[in-house]
Design a protein around this ligand. Sequence first.
Ligand SMILES: O=C(O)CCC(=O)c1ccccc1C(=O)O
Length: 352
Amino acid sequence: MLQATYSKYNLHFKQPAGTSRGILTEKETWFIKVWESEQPEIYGLGECALFRGLSADDRPEFEKILKETCEGFSNLRDIRYLQDWSSIQFGLDTALADLKHGGKRIIYPTPFTEGQTDVEINGLIWMGSKDSMRQQIIKKLDAGFHCIKLKIGAIDFEAELDLLRMIRSQFSKELIELRVDANGAFSPKDAPRKLEQLAKYDIHSIEQPIRQGQWEEMSRLCRNTPIPIALDEELIGIEGFNKDKLLDTIRPQYVVIKPSLLGSFSGSWEWISRSRERNIGWWITSALESNIGLNAIAQWTAYILECHPTGMPQGLGTGQLYTNNIPSPLEQTGSTIRYNPQASWNLSPISF
Ligand SMILES: O=C(O)CCC(=O)c1ccccc1C(=O)O
């Protein structure tokens, strides 16, 4: 009989992570474990990566639903009811796929999990003082990144423009692709002027320039913008035919796919396939998961890119943020993430 249980885990940031939504020092997450009662030593592990303030499932009943999911698991025929609970669906999908493949943290077996391919990623620059952002940028460039993404929209806009000017004075757009992520910080009124100013620095794309839920304003921005716009928060909680409606109304240049927030792998694939039909670009990003969730996202990304290569860096560069992450075979070297099948997991930090 299939069994399941869960456990809460608190991740601690090495450095406070600044975004226009505030500064993070800790991130809670939940692990889920599944096994056959005859063989408890072989189990699948997943991460229900609840993101407070961002996930559609940041609701008071979260733990109750997770608990009921685990308790009612053996006679659960249909887990589609979890479509409202993206992070639980993501954790359960991961754990079940892991169990199916023998409980070795192999979720999507591909050449990536054999260590034969890697995935190009962007380097992430958190918001901070101009000095701290400059130091982070230099570190990422030294590490070999060709694409960096800056969280913008909270420090003084002129200082942010200065940073972009500094980067561009040393590195052309052929050498470094610059992405920025405003996490909704601009007002619809200011956004056009801010986009014009940013455009001087050959910006590849801007994520979520204005807050989600303003389809008319966002649609207008996307029509006139000098910088391609990528939707991120905008996609959270949108289901079914509304996905088509959103893409047809806003017509963004890109969408950012976060599997733990967008209905796991199936919900994420719906966004990718619908975007592909409309010539809307996409990339896949982690959203502050531990290595358990990041591993699942990285493996799924490699699996999707095998059939649908885009040539674009993905946003999976969040693996080194925490002091107490779960030691894993994921390695970030240069500008890529890879899975080293010779390395091992150390799951001892997790207790069920
Ligand atoms: O932006 C990234 O690539 C990862 C970081 C991330 O998801 C995040 C972290 C803090 C606040 C908002 C977000 C977000 O972009 O959704």
